[in-house]
Write a protein that binds this ligand. Structure first.
Ligand SMILES: C[S@@+](CC[C@H](N)C(=O)[O-])C[C@H]1O[C@@H](n2cnc3c(N)ncnc32)[C@H](O)[C@@H]1O
Length: 274
């Protein structure tokens, strides 16, 4: 299976590039910045969702690495940013292998450039909704040993699937293919049933035709019968906060200072088979 040379359409906004813009990245175009500026200008503070999500992912990857996970499939990985999964995990175990999967061609283009020198890491362009295709991909077969525990990462991606695309079944599909002792990490937009959620959901829907803010019960349902590891499903900023040196935003006493309304709109959990 060969990935074609990625063609990036600069006239249409993309989720990956808007998110990159919100995180302060440069891999975006005017159409993306227009959407990003709506969030920054009209929903001030909303970029905190992206940062809280990203920092929680870093902590979750660190936790998985400490638990002995040395291979990851990162589904809906997004554009390369600071502290990508392989960089965080390889700090713990240099032999860690990572396959990044995203359906956005910009991710493939920028990811390839970042990963050119890293033999243990690949980025592939594929749709999360076609898991068989991902599993069969030569780079997945080459880098991931499905007889060994795998970290399956769904970070801020399942909310881009509508209910009729059966996100819980997709999670289950991967759980059924990885050995016990594997880990599943999910972070997800959480509906606050408030004005912030309504406006943000409306904007995402209006722009991309998707973006589903689920309730705590609905997010918990995505894990099926998996066992949620401590502290369970919580707002990302409260998931095992461990501020890194100089990193004031990474759960920096979020429990003490209280969460902003925006930080309450993204939750996550790490799970394994019971
Ligand atoms: C909000 S970003 C999250 C990026 C990264 N996982 C993180 O948490 O920082 C969502 C990513 O999911 C990707 N995505 C959305 N729907 C997808 C699908 N059906 N298949 C693969 N990737 C998808 C988007 O292109 C985007 O890069």
């Amino acid at each position: 299976m060969t990935d074609r040379t990625p063609t990036v359409d600069q006239s249409q906004p993309s989720i990956a590039r808007v998110y990159d813009y919100l995180l302060g990245g440069r891999d975006n175009y005017a159409v993306d910045r227009e959407i990003g500026d709506f969030f920054i200008r009209d929903l001030p503070g909303s970029a905190a969702i992206a940062f809280a999500n990203r920092h929680a992912l870093t902590r979750a990857v660190r936790a998985m690495s400490r638990d002995g996970i040395s291979q990851f499939v990162d589904l809906g990985s997004g554009l390369p940013t600071a502290d990508n999964v392989h960089q965080v995990a390889q700090r713990h175990n240099a032999a860690t292998r990572v396959v990044y999967v995203d359906n956005d061609p910009a991710v493939l283009a920028h990811g390839r450039a970042l990963l050119a020198a890293d033999e243990g890491t690949e980025v592939i362009q594929a749709d999360l909704r076609e898991p068989e295709r991902i599993l069969r991909h030569r780079d997945v077969r080459r880098l991931i040993d499905f007889d060994e525990p795998v970290g399956v990462v769904f970070s801020a991606v399942l909310h881009h699937l509508n209910d009729d695309e059966r996100p819980a079944d997709l999670v289950r599909w991967w759980v059924d293919r990885v050995p016990s002792d594997s880990r599943v990490y999910i972070s997800h937009f959480r509906s606050g049933a408030n004005e912030e959620t309504r406006l943000a959901e409306q904007k995402l829907h209006g722009t991309f035709g998707r973006g589903r803010w689920r309730t705590d019960e609905e997010i918990a349902g995505l894990f099926g019968g998996l066992e949620l590891l401590e502290p369970g499903l919580v707002n990302c900023s409260l998931w095992r906060p461990e501020p890194a040196p100089g990193d004031r935003a990474a759960g920096d006493g979020a429990g003490r200072r209280g969460l902003t309304a925006w930080e309450q709109l993204i939750s996550c959990a790490l799970a394994r088979r019971p």
